[in-house]
Ligand binder design. Structure first.
Ligand code: NAD
Length: 300
C-alpha cells in the first residue's frame, strides 16, 4: 500500500521549527504582501499568508493598490518596501492586472528581500548552487522528500512542466540533490515513456488528472503539484466515479480540486504519493515563512 506524503504534517513541523528562530531575533521578521486589484483567488491566498505570519508572531503588511495603478507607482511602492527596515520579505502577488509590466515589478524587488525567489539574481543563485531564497513550492517539495527520507542521489527524477515558478526551479533543486533529471513540457514527444522512467515523478502541468497509470512506474514516488478546480460534473465523475465521496463533495460545492495526476492511479501504483489537496499545497506558505525568517536572520 502506497504511503501518503502528508503536506499538512510537514507544514506544521516547518512552522514549529521557525517559532524558536523568530523568538531569538531582535526584531520580528516582516513580510509585506502587495495585492493589486481584487482578484478573489489572490485575496484568499494573501489572507492566508498574512494569517500565518500573525500566528507565528511575525510582522506583516498588506498593501492593496487598485487595479488601475500604473507600473511606475507600483515600482515606487516596491522601492519604499526595499528601504523599509521593518520589512525582510516582499511578495507581489501574481498575476498582476494586464497593463502592468510584471517583469519590471519583480525585477525591482531587492534580491535579498525576494522571498518568492523569482528575481533573476536569485534564479542565478539557484542555478549555480549559491545560497539565496528558493521558490516556495519546489522548495516545499524538497522539504517533503527530505523529511520522509526519500533518497534522491542517483535516482531518476522527471519533472513534467517547465514554468519559471515550479518546473524549472524544481528541476534545479532535484539536480542539486544529485538526482538525474529530465524536464518534460508541452512539446515533449513521448510524455508517457519519459514519465515512466521516473523514480520520482513531479507533475506541474496544470491539467486535471492528466498523468495516469500509463505515465507511472510501479513503486515510484508521485509528487503532484497541480491544483486544478474542476467544475464540469462529467469530467469530475470520469475521474472519481459516481457515488464517491469526492462526487458528493462536488454536488455540494459545484467543483472539486484535482491534481495533475490521476489520484487513484497514483495511490495504486506508487510507493509514496501526495494527495490533492493536502500534499504539496500546504508547503508553499510554510516555505514563504521560512524564506522570510532566513532573510530576517541574514539582515540581522
Ligand atoms: P504553467 O501553466 O505556468 O506551466 C505549465 C507547464 O506545463 C508548462 O511548462 C507547459 O510546458 C507544461 N505543459 C502544459 N501542457 C502540457 C502537456 N500536455 N504535456 C506536457 N507538459 C505540458 O503552470 P505552473 O504555474 O507551473 O503550475 C502548474 C500547476 O501547479 C497548476 O495546476 C498550478 O495550479 C499548480 N501550482 C501549485 C502550487 C502549490 O502551492 N501547490 C503553486 C504553484 C502552482
Amino acid at each position: 500500500m502506497a504511503q501518503i506524503l502528508d503536506g499538512k504534517r510537514v507544514r506544521d513541523e516547518i512552522l514549529a521549527g521557525l517559532a524558536p528562530r523568530i523568538q531569538t531575533l531582535k526584531r520580528k521578521p516582516g513580510l509585506a504582501v502587495v495585492l493589486v486589484g481584487d482578484n478573489p483567488a489572490s485575496h484568499v491566498y494573501v489572507s492566508s499568508k498574512v494569517k500565518t505570519c500573525l500566528e507565528l508572531g511575525m510582522h506583516s503588511e498588506k498593501l492593496t493598490p487598485p487595479a488601475s495603478i500604473a507600473t511606475g507607482a507600483l515600482l515606487d511602492i516596491v522601492h519604499d518596501l526595499n528601504s523599509n527596515a521593518d520589512i525582510d520579505g516582499i511578495l507581489v502577488q501574481m498575476p498582476l492586472p494586464a497593463g502592468i509590466d510584471s517583469q519590471r515589478v519583480l525585477d525591482a524587488i531587492a534580491p535579498e528581500k525576494d522571498v518568492d525567489g523569482f528575481h533573476p539574481v536569485n534564479v542565478g543563485n539557484l542555478s549555480i548552487g549559491r545560497p539565496g531564497p528558493r521558490p516556495c513550492t519546489p522548495s516545499g517539495v524538497m522539504e517533503l522528500l527530505r523529511r520522509y527520507q526519500i533518497p534522491l542521489a542517483g535516482k531518476h527524477a522527471v519533472v513534467a512542466g517547465r514554468s519559471d515558478i515550479v518546473g524549472k526551479p524544481m528541476a534545479m533543486l532535484l539536480l542539486q540533490a544529485n538526482a538525474t533529471v529530465t524536464i518534460c513540457h508541452s512539446k515533449t514527444a513521448d510524455l508517457e515513456a519519459e514519465c515512466r522512467r521516473a523514480d520520482i515523478l513531479v507533475g506541474a502541468i496544470g491539467r486535471p488528472a492528466m498523468l495516469t497509470r500509463a505515465h507511472m512506474k510501479p513503486g515510484a514516488v508521485m509528487i503532484d503539484v497541480g491544483i486544478n478546480e474542476v467544475r464540469d460534473r462529467e469530467q469530475a465523475a470520469a475521474i472519481f466515479g459516481e457515488g464517491s465521496d469526492k462526487m458528493s463533495a462536488f454536488d455540494k460545492r459545484g467543483s472539486v480540486l484535482v491534481g495533475d495526476m490521476h489520484p487513484y492511479h497514483a495511490a495504486e501504483v506508487s510507493s509514496f504519493w501526495t494527495p490533492v489537496p493536502g500534499g504539496v499545497g500546504p508547503l508553499t506558505i510554510a516555505m514563504l515563512m521560512s524564506n522570510t525568517v532566513d532573510a530576517a536572520e541574514r539582515r540581522q
